[in-house]
Ligand binder design. Structure first.
Ligand code: OGA
Ligand code: MN
Length: 210
């Protein structure tokens, strides 16, 4: 069912995603929700609940800090009021994308991510080679007072007439970036400060195997 969320929040996202394959919104999360999620992410890190992120899938997964240095924890419904509010917002976004773009998005998976100072995530695409369920990637950022000197931009590698152009996006608290998971190479530049976010993926149904 759509939604308590104002449709005007979603319309520009839907339009840009359809036209360009990606979209950004600088003020997406309400300030109090950004603060609550940032506090929760820091508290989970303090409790030792975040684990070094791994690359690959299934039995082949491994930690490689030369590829990605973030520490993560997957979200589950019912863990906290802040997470449930966030998941409800993502559910509304999922329905808005389905209604406008017929993407057949069936569910959403997401994790907190904390990049300690000095870490990064090398260029990659989010869809796995052996699992094509991830359709739309969603990043929401939880950082106060982010300055250019802190680094840590999300760099999108976008198609351009002469091959490729890059777009660097600072991880400003409350902002959102979405893009088509299969098509868009991206990376996280080295962050000089602790960098907090929620990374998630709308997925279609499937057995996961190509
Ligand atoms: C990812 C990712 C980008 C970011 O987790 O797959 O690309 O800006 N994150 O945090
Ligand atoms: Mn990614």
């Amino acid at each position: 069912m759509l939604s308590q969320t104002a449709p005007s929040l979603f319309q520009p996202i839907v339009d840009d995603l359809a036209e360009h394959g990606w979209a950004r919104q600088s003020r997406f999360l309400p300030d109090d929700l950004t603060r609550a999620l940032a506090d929760e992410c820091r508290e989970r890190a303090r409790q030792g609940e975040l684990a070094p992120a791994r690359i690959g899938r299934g039995a082949g997964q491994q930690v490689r800090e030369g590829v990605r240095g973030d520490r993560i924890q997957w979200l589950e419904a019912g863990q906290s009021a802040a997470c449930d509010r966030y998941l409800r917002l993502m559910e509304d976004l999922r329905e808005a994308l389905n209604q406008a773009l017929y993407l057949g998005l069936a569910d959403y998976e997401s994790h907190f991510a904390c990049y300690p100072p000095g870490t990064f995530y090398q260029r990659h695409v989010d869809r796995f080679r052996d699992d094509d369920r991830r359709v739309v990637s969603v990043l929401t950022y939880l950082n106060d007072d982010w300055q250019a000197a802190h680094g840590g931009a999300l760099r999108l590698h976008l198609p351009a007439a002469n091959g490729e152009r890059t777009e660097d996006i600072a991880p400003l608290g409350g902002s959102l970036v979405v893009f088509m998971s299969a098509d868009l190479p991206h990376e996280v530049l080295t962050s000089n400060r602790e960098r907090l976010s929620l990374a998630g993926w709308f997925r279609r149904r499937g057995d996961g195997l190509l």
